[in-house]
Structures are given as C-alpha cells and as structure tokens.
Design a protein around this ligand. Sequence first.
Ligand code: ATP
Ligand code: MG
Length: 607
Amino acid sequence: MTNQNTLWQSLGRLYPHVRPIIPRLVLGLLCALGASVMALAIPQVLRVLINDALAEGGSARTVWVASGVVLLLGVLEATFVALRRQFVITPATTVETKMRTSFYRHLQNLTVEFHDRWGSGQLLSRAMSDLNLMRRWMAFGLIMLVVTSLTVVMGVTIMFFTSWALALIFVAAAVPLIIYGYRFRTSYSRVSRKSQDQAGDLATTVEESVHGIRVLKAFGRSREALEDFEEQAEELRRTEIHKARSLANFSMIVTLLPELALGASLVVGVTLAASGDVSIGALVAFFATAAAVAGPVEFIGPLLAMTFTAKTAIDRHYEVMEAENTITDAAAPVHLDAPRGDVVFGDVHFRYPDAQADADDVLDGIDLRLRAGETMALVGVTGCGKSTLLQLVPRLYDVTGGAITIDGVDLRSFSLEDLRSLVAVAFEDTTLFSTSVRDNVLMGSDATGAEADRLLEEALDVAQAHFAFELPEGLDTLIGEEGLSLSGGQRQRIALARAIAAQPTVLVLDDPLSALDVATEERVEVGLRSMLTSTTTLIVAHRPSTVALADCVALMQDGRIADVGTHSELLARNDHYRYVIASLDDEEIAQLGRAVQPALDDEGALA
Ligand SMILES: Nc1ncnc2c1ncn2[C@@H]1O[C@H](COP(=O)(O)OP(=O)(O)OP(=O)(O)O)[C@@H](O)[C@H]1O
Ligand SMILES: [Mg+2]
C-alpha cells in the first residue's frame, strides 16, 4: 500500500481532531517559545555584563544585577517548560482516545469483506502504536518543531544584529543542510512506512499463533512458528536499523555543519575583534547565541524524523478510516411493525470479491421460499456454499445479483439495526466474548431487569445449556478468551442461546448442533420448535438427525437449490440427496431418532 499524500496533506488531516485543543496547543507553544526566549536572552545579559560591567569603570552592582537577571531567566525557562507539559498532555491524550474510539467504531461498521482482507495485526498496530505515535507528535513533535524553528530563526536574527558577517557564515552552512533534509525526508518516510507495516505483520503473526497455540503444540510446530517469527522479527530489526542509520547520518550532518560554521566564524570573529570591527562583548554574545541555537538545530533531525513517522501513522490510520462501508442503511428504510417472517431468495447470485474472474458464482441463482414459522434444513456437500448463503441473510455480505426479501421487503430496504433485530445467527465457529455467560447470551437482546432474566433462562433451557447454572459463579462466570474454557458443545449451546435470546423473526443456524450428542440435539430441536413457533428457521444440517427434525429440506447443488421437499420425499426421488445423506456419518445414521428411521426403512434408500 502506498500513499501519495504529501507531508502537509497528511498532517493536515489531523486538523479536525486537533481543532478543539488548539487553544491549549497554542498556550503550550507560547510556553515553549517563552522558554526559548529566556534561553536566548541569557547571552544578551552576558554581552551587557562583559561590555559594561567588566569594562573599565564598571561597577560591582552591575555584576550582581546581571547575575540576578540570569538566575531569573533560568527559573522562568524551567517554569515555561513545565507549563508546556501541563497545557498539552491532557488534551493530546483526549484526542488520541477519541481517534481510537472512532477507529474502533469504524472497524465495527466495516464489512466482513474488509476484515477478510486485512490482517488483524495491521488493525491492531494502527489502533495502538500508530495512534500513540500521532499523539506524541501532536503533544511534543509539532510544538517543538515550531518552537525549534522559531528559536533558530530568532537566534540567527540576533546573530545578524550582533555581527552580520559572522551570521552569514552560519546561513551559508544551512544551504547544504536544506538540500540534505529533502533527501532525508524521502528515504526516511519510505523506511518508516516499511517498519510500521512490518510491525503490523509481526502483530498478526503473534495474534495467529496465540490463537492457534493448541494446534501448534499438538502438531509439534512451535519451533517452526518460532523460526517464522524470528525471521519476521529479524526483518523488522533490519528495517529499524536502516531507519536509525538514516536518522544518524542526517543528525551527523545537522550537528557537523553548525560546528564547522562555528569554527570558521571563530577565526573570522577573532580577526574582526582584533581589528576592532566587533566588540569583545558582541563576540561573546554571538558565540553564546550560536551555542544556544546549536542545541535546537541538532534537535531538528529527531523532530523531522518524528514528523515523518507521524505522517506514516496518519496515512495508515486513514487507509482504514477511508475504507468504505458498502453495506449501509437504505436512504428511506422500511420498518415492519408486525413482521411475519416470510423469507424469499429470488435468483440470488453471490461471489466473493477476491474470486477469480473466470470462476463461477458461489451462489448461482438460488430460488428458495421459507414460509413464516417454518423450519427448513439446508443440505449439500461440503463447500457448496451453505454458510455463504446464510451470511447473506443478516447482510454480512450483500448479494451480487437477485434479492432476498423478508415479508416481501428487500433486505437492503431495512435499516441495518432493524434487519439485525429481525435476524439472529449462530455460526459454525462459535465466538464467545470475554464476559459473563449472561452478557454473552443477552448480546442480541434489548431486554432489561426481570424480562432479561426470564429470557436468559428460557434461552439457556431451550439450548440445553443448563450446565451454565452449575459454573463456579453461575451465569456471572466469565467465559470466552480470558475466562473459563468451555467444551465445543458447551460453546455451541451458549451461541445458540444467544441467537434464541435475540427473539428474532428469522433464525439462521449454521450447523449449530454438530458438537452435541444426538439425544441432546433432539431435545434442543424440540425446545426450539415449541419456543419459536413464530420464528422462521433456516438451519444448515450436516447430520441426518438435524435434517429429520426440520419441516422440510432444501438441497443445494452447484450453487442452486436442486430440490425442496420433506426428508423422505427427497430420499425417494433425488439421487444427489441420497448421495449427500449417505456421505454423512454412517454411525449417526445408525443412531437416528424415531423420526428418520421409519423413513429410511420405508424408502430402503440407503441400502
Ligand atoms: N471469505 C471467503 N472468501 C472467499 N471465498 C470463500 C470465503 N468463504 C468461503 N469461500 C468459498 O466459497 C465456497 C463455499 O463455502 P461455504 O463456506 O459457503 O461452504 P459450505 O457449504 O458452508 O461448506 P461446509 O459444509 O464445509 O461448511 C467455498 O469454495 C469456499 O472456498
Ligand atoms: Mg459451512
């Protein structure tokens, strides 16, 4: 990813965030400026001291006054520095937090397709370190850059007034500095971008291996993972060294040139003083000023580096912030007061954005109708697109052709909030969050108080998740990544309870019972049917037992719905259905419940 914005364009994008704190930044700037003025004033006192007090006829009183003034200036300088910090730190951290929050909000809004494309570490590093870099630049880099530049300009002006001939030598030294500065900008920006991207990739690697630690250990792949990591870390180290070297080279020039100029002007200055063209006091003041300016000049290297890094951080931040959310609310959303839950897929086409140009659509004209309250099983060989179809219902992806309607209204005509309260989902891979059982289950519900408690218990009951009451702290037990580890079946049942507790009109379940034993599965199905009589349910089934408990079955083949009917109808008339069912676990067929066994016997289909 490259970003063509110029430095000013990139930095300028911070303006809307910085605007509210401009008064504080200006106060901080004034304080920093105050501190530099104090530092620059000290040589002038020296000049007066040397020219007047130490000259013949000077009084001891002048020495005391001058010393007192120098002391006062020193104290003022320190006070200004402390005040600068005071003014700037709080507002800058506030900006950082706000930007981080809006980044997170944007991540939540962005489509699943975006998240498919972006490594988690790239997002993590943007949310954490890039924003941190930006804050440091805002609170320190920006102010110091302005103040340092002003200090140098003021110092050089004073030097001109003290002795223009000597000052010219300094200005001449600045010319190569500026040329080199331009070169530095290009090279440093490039390497800083590389380092920030590599840090993001490294974060992705850490995230993945922490996530997959069990697999890595079980397959004895920890060492390979470590080697991969070391390689990436080594690459980052090389980039960092390159970066540091680039800054070191620039800093060396920035330090060296003023020193050379100082040496040259010393020779010229002493000659001028000897010939009486410059007073000794002026000469001392000139060099004291030059010394006071040298510090800020040396500081320019790191400050510029910080600015270029901030530019990269801003570019990286906005790459995400500008990623467009293509799944948005309708302009004039339709609201259903009393949704029934008739779901119709009309000639639905879908292909993933990263699909090859010549590949067929994953969904290639799906026609399917679910009547309100009906439970339909969706069956098909693995990889045929069942999960893909389900994800279209809550609009995790939008159809690329055709339409899906609920009660005759196109999904895209609802507001997303409405749609997501109409539809609840339990996915194949159950994700639980690091919070209590209660919060995980009630995630999709707006109910509060006693109503929420009732809903929670009912959902857990239907999902056969009674184990949750027996957890160490009952429903307040922390589960998910940082909490108590649950078994696969337990996780599935919590996820199912979460979908049920949302009280949807349309319930979409992606093989949510795969980890349950057949008896538990049947209890769940019975519970589901009795509780959700008014809920339209589309359930992906990988097991004959799940299939048998649905009102009817849709068979998916080659991106289309090949047949719809009851389980026994399909067994009787559809070869592909028999093939799919036969490919499901034989053992389970042997364990099939009452509902299926007679059908199999009757049809003799699996002989
Ligand atoms: N995020 C994605 N990006 C690109 N292609 C994808 C993505 N998810 C799935 N696919 C592809 O789409 C096709 C259908 O996948 P899908 O997950 O819908 O199958 P499925 O019927 O649910 O399979 P299973 O029974 O194994 O769960 C597959 O070929 C898969 O490789
Ligand atoms: Mg699937």
